[in-house]
Design a protein. Structure first.
Length: 417
């Protein structure tokens, strides 16, 4: 055997022996060796057992799972513990911003005090102790859902508001909804009057709710949005989780008759005032139908060019910068409002407007004795104004908050559940 071959053989033998030695060490040695030593305390297995006995019994759980993407902005970052109590929890955004939170009374859970931001990465660090004071640690990271992969619904009326009997719950989503059933199932509208409430979709971004008849005066309506995590479209999830309530005020329904050129204001079943009006001219008739007041302005600008009334030069046929006591009846520009520029003689005698309903008023909206001021002061968002005998078509149900112009059967056909 040459020197070279002999060195290779020795090297191979050494490697094999080395491997045996390593494997023997990882195996903890044989029983006889451990017993004979007497100084090892039972070998490595005994050491592992001892370490386990010293470990905390507390078990910390962080939601969501470590590394999660598209996490909820309402429920992510929550920490719970079993067989122990939490002593410290920190939730920090990627930019270093710390999120405030609160422990439960028994210190077995912790959650953020406010809604988290979308498209933000967070880190959680938690510490707990068991009944013997032994400490346990846990940490995790997650990223909340992005605006591109989430949707919200902008709703009306506002939480805590008081509205008229005609006010529907109207929700406009910022993304197109393809799974209407899933989204509608995540929304509940109920009334203390126990009226049946049904949702109706107008297209794929608007969902309104109403009962068969107007809301009962004095009732309370609750809107519950349980959309967090609901997939409204492919890869697009809801983020809202909240409940809002609003009150229904007294019942006020006003009826505009373009033929008699008067408006009867009926409150809680009794006529409280009859007001002379001027509706749309024969060339610019006012829509007919049941309309709901959706906005109120003590003064506002009305520019004809914004609603298609322009002259040959493309300028608005009118541009009044201080229209008093204006209340919106349709999205397309129908208002009931005060009029100070028309002769007092037109009210109750001739229809002259571009489609709105005009009431005699004063410039500056500061004269409380005018009909325009009276009606403004005695009306609220959600009151109903019924317009008839104009000779025009009925306003479209989705032109404003005017779904009352659908029969109950038609309304229910637009529900996804």
């Amino acid at each position: 055997m040459t020197v070279s071959k002999r060195r290779k053989a020795l090297a191979a033998a050494s490697a094999v022996l080395g491997g045996v030695l390593v494997l023997s060490a990882c195996g903890g040695g044989d029983d006889n060796g451990d017993k004979a030593d007497g100084k090892n305390g039972g070998g490595q297995s005994q050491v592992d057992k001892s370490a386990a006995e010293k470990a905390s019994a507390a078990r910390i759980k962080i939601a969501p799972k470590n590394g999660s993407n598209a996490a909820s902005i309402n429920n992510a970052g929550r920490v719970t513990v079993s067989k122990g109590s939490l002593t410290e929890v920190s939730l920090t955004a990627a930019d270093g911003t710390k999120v405030a939170g609160a422990f439960s009374a028994d210190k077995t859970s912790w959650k953020p005090s406010a809604q988290l931001e979308r498209a933000t990465s967070y880190k959680v660090n938690a510490t707990a102790k068991d009944s013997e004071g032994r400490v346990a640690h846990e940490n995790g990271t997650f990223t909340t859902v992005s605006p591109q992969n989430s949707f919200i619904g902008n709703f009306t009326p506002e939480d805590g508001s008081t509205v008229g009997v005609g006010m529907p719950v109207s929700i406009n989503f910022d993304k197109a909804i393809t799974d209407k059933k899933a989204v509608q199932e995540g929304i509940k509208v109920s009334s203390s009057s126990n009226q049946e409430v049904v949702g109706h979709w107008f297209g794929n971004q608007r969902l309104d709710f109403r009962p068969e008849q107007y809301w009962q005066a004095g009732s309370t309506v609750s809107l519950k949005l349980d959309l967090d995590g609901v997939e409204g479209a492919n890869g697009v999830f809801g983020v809202q989780q909240k409940t809002v309530t609003f009150k229904i005020g007294r019942s006020q329904v006003s009826t505009v008759d373009a033929q008699s050129k008067t408006m009867k204001v009926e409150r809680d079943g009794k006529v409280v005032k009859t007001i002379p009006i001027s509706a749309g001219s024969p060339e610019n008739k006012t829509y007919e139908g049941q309309m709901v007041i959706s906005e109120k302005y003590k003064q506002t600008r009305m520019d004809g060019s914004t609603v298609g009334f322009t002259d040959d030069d493309g300028k608005g046929e009118y541009d009044i910068k201080d229209v008093p006591h204006a209340m919106r009846l349709s999205s397309s520009g129908t208002f009931i409002h005060g009029n100070y520029w028309g002769s007092p003689s037109i009210f109750g005698s001739v229809n002259t407007s571009h489609g709105c309903v005009g009431l005699q008023d004063a410039k500056g909206a500061n004269n409380p004795n005018t009909n325009g001021a009276w009606f403004y002061d005695n009306s609220m968002i959600g009151d109903v104004v019924v317009v008839k005998n104009t000779g025009d078509k009925t306003v479209s149900p989705d032109n404003g908050l005017n779904g009352w112009n659908m029969s109950w059967d038609q309304w229910k056909q637009g529900s996804a559940v």
